[in-house]
Design a protein around this ligand. Structure first.
Ligand SMILES: [Zn+2]
Length: 257
């Protein structure tokens, strides 16, 4: 049996217009940072590792002065990935696989706590993140992902267990190699962890992109793919940073699947 759980691995306060670009700037709001634990018979998989604890203790030192101007980490002590896993009575070594949706600080901050896991990251993401001189409109967070970890680069769709139950799908655009995760269990039950391919339900419903992105036309295509999964295939979408959805989402130790 496959079970899936939502974990909240941080909170960030930022301008709402950075996430929904046609809104007037100046409205601050606090959004959750989500991770997901898939408890699969062939191994536990963690999707995203949240914000590193140091980012709330020493924000300028960890995130740099530029990022701190745009956002404030609002997490508490129990919001880091390790204590969140403890809600499920798990320790990092219980996690066999980690998939990073992308390599922004709020999605790979806890990578270093999983030295024995196998990491799945899109080749396009890791190569862009390591490109000397960087890539325009993309700010990866090397302090979070450059550790001695077992990164397996994948290219496009990746069926983790080989029979369609947990599939990583390319949803490029927010970053060069962003990916989302589809989890299927039993008849028809399908959930999609969109991560930052779609920050909030409003982005999808109104077809509005955020300001933070690498390539708008590629991101729009990915958003359309996710919308099809929701509106035509009946999938439940978990948006990347949607406070209203988080309010009504069952939290670990309660499963969402
Ligand atoms: Zn994010």
């Amino acid at each position: 049996m496959i079970r899936a759980y939502t974990l909240c691995t941080g909170f960030i306060e930022l301008d709402r217009a950075s996430m929904v670009s046609d809104l007037a700037p100046g409205q601050r709001w606090t959004v959750p940072v989500l991770s997901f634990l898939v408890d699969h018979p062939r191994g536990k998989l963690l999707f995203d590792t949240g914000v590193h604890c140091q980012a709330r203790l020493d924000p300028v030192g960890r995130l740099g002065p530029e990022r701190v101007k745009r956002l404030t980490v609002k997490s508490g002590e129990g919001d880091d990935v390790v204590p969140q896993l403890a809600r499920l009575h798990l320790i990092p070594d219980d996690v066999r696989y980690v998939a990073n949706s992308h390599l922004h600080f709020d999605h790979c901050g806890g990578n270093e706590f999983f030295p024995h896991a196998t990491f799945f990251v899109q080749r396009a993401e890791l190569e862009a993140a390591r490109r000397p001189g960087g890539v325009p409109s993309y700010s990866p967070s090397p302090i979070d992902f450059e550790h001695a970890l077992d990164y397996r680069m994948i290219y496009g769709e990746h069926d983790v267990f080989g029979y369609g139950s947990v599939v990583l799908i390319p949803t490029y655009g927010h970053t060069p190699g962003h990916q989302s995760m589809v989890v299927r269990a039993g008849k028809g039950a399908q959930l999609v962890c969109a991560s930052d391919a779609c920050y909030t339900r409003e982005n999808m419903d109104r077809d509005v992109l955020p300001n933070v992105l690498w390539n708008a036309s590629v991101m729009r295509e990915s958003l359309a793919t996710l919308r099809k999964l929701r509106d035509q295939a009946g999938a439940t979408i978990f948006y990347g940073h949607d406070p209203a959805q988080w309010e009504v989402t069952p939290r670990a130790p309660s499963p969402v699947m």
